[in-house]
Design a protein around this ligand. Structure first.
Ligand SMILES: N[C@@H](CC(=O)c1ccccc1NC=O)C(=O)O
Length: 517
């Protein structure tokens, strides 16, 4: 189609100036980089010549040893922006938590959601409204209203805010399938807006939906609703992460429970504030819940089981403040949170979440649904194509799914098996194979009608570039509405950080693709 045909005309940059290693590349321990990698990085400079692969060819990875693979699959080490990989990571964290898009998101929230006057926690609020299961929790930051005609006119007027407010309120009745929209406000038109689902990366172990809404604003301005779909993270070994994760789960469980009791969002928020104080006002789950950490922090634990027991006891005492009788219902959810989440389960969660969004699109009368993912998120998104998910939808739902945007993805998990990435995932070779879209058979019928954009960063590692290129070639056998783009001048991180800018080449490609469809 025209939109797809126009993709990439000016974008074929072929790459490969891999990051030049130096002694300064040695990085201290930090949240993204695993300890093992850091130790290995001591030897990294010795490998630099070997790693400067100019044009990656298929199966290069099979000749690489562990150290080379770890280098290739450590995206922070290929950036051209910073000398030190650690700085790339730090910058990314700063960006997703404090970047200017956060301001914009706040502003959007104020205009579209705070106006409702009920809730200060968008993620929590929408989580409640959707009533999504814990394991497929998502935050919905939706844009609505005007399509391209609004472009360039800044934020919506108060009338439009009012429309948005009503739309927000009407989400509560989505479960019942009947949204009473006033024709005089042209609700049908509003609801007709396409929906873009975005899934973050972080090797299935890091980041969160709450800090991944950087792409919302420009899409909003172009009349596209964005759903940031979250998933439970695979376990990490460090104790503090276990604690953080369980605290997250606990809070979400409480919200779920109170929602199941038909408590109004405003009351849920008030009750949360009573127990959690200011933390209940924090931006979704971004900030962890210090009460839990504080409680656990003063104690010594010999293992995960002890932490689980302690968290459970603590949780029971806290939950009692809400509803004693509800604990039975919450406990299994908490168990699930504390148990190891496998990649297979994450894929299932994403399928559940995706189905929820498609149903929502049907109920709203949205004209299309698009899925985008970054890095590990691109893997999850492409598993929707390769796991039979699309095929089991009925015609109406399947036809709503118009396309996919895959950004700097990992599609073949085999090369990761012997790297630090697998320390916590613990994928066997067989599991890695059945969870690798690159190695699975595509369902031709469903794919043929889809538009698929495969994007990779100029400063992604050669292995990342090879993965994107090879996956694109695989998809090419089944679909003609495909485009491959190498986004110039960006690395694995700013390829998505820049999605908060309306004039970024990839933002434009995505909005063109979706809005022109
Ligand atoms: N440990 C990685 C971090 C990483 O891979 C990453 C970070 C943010 C978003 C996506 C990532 N990779 C795949 O999902 C690194 O060293 O760069």
């Amino acid at each position: 189609m025209a939109a797809v045909a126009s993709l990439l005309q000016d974008q074929s940059v072929s790459i490969s100036r891999p990051y030049a290693d130096s002694e300064e590349d040695l990085v201290p321990i930090r949240s993204f980089t695993c300890f093992k990698t850091l130790l290995l990085s001591l030897a990294a400079s010795a490998l630099s010549e070997k790693l400067k692969l100019n044009s990656p060819t298929t199966n290069d990875f099979q000749t690489m040893d562990q150290m080379q693979l770890e280098h290739q699959y450590s995206p922070s080490r290929w950036s051209h922006r910073f000398q030190d990989p650690d700085d790339v990571i730090q910058h990314h964290i700063d960006f997703i938590t404090k970047g200017e898009h956060v301001e914009l998101k706040q502003s959007l929230k104020k205009r579209l959601l705070f106006a409702v006057g009920e809730c200060t926690n968008v993620e929590g609020e929408l989580f409640v409204i959707t009533g999504a299961p814990l394991l497929a929790s998502f935050s919905i930051l939706f844009s609505c209203l005007q399509q391209a005609r609004m472009q360039g006119q800044g934020y919506p007027s108060s009338v439009e805010c009012d429309m948005a407010q009503r739309l927000t309120n009407n989400w509560t009745c989505l479960e019942g399938n009947h949204c009473q929209m006033s024709p005089k406000h042209n609700w049908e038109y509003v609801n007709y807006a396409p929906i873009l689902v975005y899934i973050h990366g972080g090797y299935w172990q890091e980041l969160s939906r709450c800090t991944s809404a950087y792409c919302v604003e420009p899409q909003y301005r172009n009349g596209v609703r964005t759903v940031i779909l979250g998933y439970d993270l695979a376990p990490t070994v460090e104790m503090f992460r276990v604690i953080e994760h369980s605290a997250d789960c606990e809070m979400r469980s409480v919200i779920c429970f109170l929602n199941a009791r038909n408590i109004k969002p405003a009351d849920i928020h008030r009750q949360l504030c009573e127990v959690y104080g200011d933390d209940a006002n924090s931006d979704g789950m971004v900030r962890r819940w210090p009460h839990t950490a504080q409680f656990l922090g003063g104690q010594r634990f010999d293992g995960d089981d002890e932490v689980k027991t302690a968290v459970r006891e603590w949780f029971a005492s806290q939950a009692g403040k809400f509803y004693n009788e509800g604990i039975e219902r919450l406990a299994p959810r908490l168990d699930k949170c504390l148990d190891n989440i496998t990649l297979r389960e994450i894929v299932e969660e994403i399928k559940t979440g995706a189905e929820y969004v498609v149903n929502m699109a049907v109920n709203l009368g949205a004209r299309s649904v698009w899925f985008a993912g970054h890095s590990a998120g691109a893997h999850l998104v492409s598993m929707l194509l390769f796991s039979g998910w699309l095929n089991q939808l009925d015609d109406r739902r399947r036809n709503l799914v118009k396309g996919f945007v895959l950004i700097s993805g990992v599609y073949d998990l085999i090369p990761l098996i012997n790297t630090y990435v697998n320390d916590n995932l613990k994928l066997s070779r067989e599991e890695a194979r059945v969870l690798s879209p690159m190695l699975l058979n595509i369902e031709s019928l469903s794919v043929r009608k889809l538009k698929i954009l495969v994007a990779v960063a100029e400063f992604d590692s050669p292995e990342f570039q090879r993965q994107s290129q090879t996956f694109f070639e695989k998809l090419e056998q089944k679909s003609t509405m495909l485009e491959f783009i190498t986004v110039p001048g960006v690395d694995h991180f700013d390829i998505v950080e820049n999605l908060h800018k309306e004039d970024f080449v990839l933002t434009k490609k995505i909005t063109e693709l979706i809005a022109r469809d």
